[in-house]
Design a protein around this ligand. Structure first.
Ligand code: GAR
Length: 188
């Protein structure tokens, strides 16, 4: 059995989608969800599916404890950042070399880096008059959005699209591809 921990900061629709995807899988399961915010939707979404969730403080995130102990207690093999809005901290990165992936809601290397998260990304894409956007799934390293790219998928952006329209198209791509990419990586 491979156990996944998901880090999420907000609504958690990706966390829910990934959890549901693996719910009857004998080899892979979402064992734990961690968040930097206790007042966000991800907790209720995954708790309803039987997955425990924990909230950590900024200090705990930076020092790595008790997060690393929790990850060990749940025998976590792989970490997925799904709508996690902080740069991963060094102790966690060091403990999971090449075992942390992130999804970014744009076609990196465009529209990545500090401050580029959630709706800010879609606003920038529309503001720049891009005719496409998409998703990038990549390994996590010390820099924001700069780790090795694993997978990308794109969608058209129409002149009439608002940032909300682009967000909806990007979410669709995320739901369609993210669980499968995780499954493939864990089978390797
Ligand atoms: C997703 O679109 C994800 O790609 C993005 O936040 C959204 C979270 O939605 N992540 C980032 O911007 C990370 N830099 P969700 O909470 O409904 O899954």
């Amino acid at each position: 059995m491979k156990n996944i921990a998901i880090f999420a900061s907000g609504s958690g629709t990706n966390a829910e989608n990934i959890t549901r995807y693996f719910i009857n899988n004998k080899d892979i399961k979402v064992a734990l969800v961690l968040s930097n915010n206790k007042n966000v939707g991800v907790h209720a979404r995954v708790n309803a599916l039987g997955v425990p969730s924990f909230t950590f403080s900024r200090e705990e995130f930076l020092s790595g404890e008790p997060i690393l102990s929790k990850l060990a207690a749940y025998e976590i093999d792989f970490i997925v950042l799904a709508g996690f809005m902080n740069k991963i901290s060094e102790p966690i990165l060091k403990a999971f070399p090449h075992k942390i992936i992130n999804i970014h809601p744009a076609l990196l290397p465009k529209y990545g880096g500090k401050g580029m998260f959630g709706m800010h990304v879609h606003e920038a894409v529309v503001g720049a008059g891009e005719d496409e956007s998409g998703i990038t799934i990549h390994y996590v390293n010390e820099q924001y959005d700069e780790g090795q790219i694993i997978f990308q998928a794109s969608c058209p952006v129409l002149q009439s699209d608002t940032p909300d329209d682009v967000a909806a198209k990007v979410h669709k791509l995320e739901y369609a591809h993210f669980p499968q990419v995780i499954e493939k990586l864990l089978a390797e």
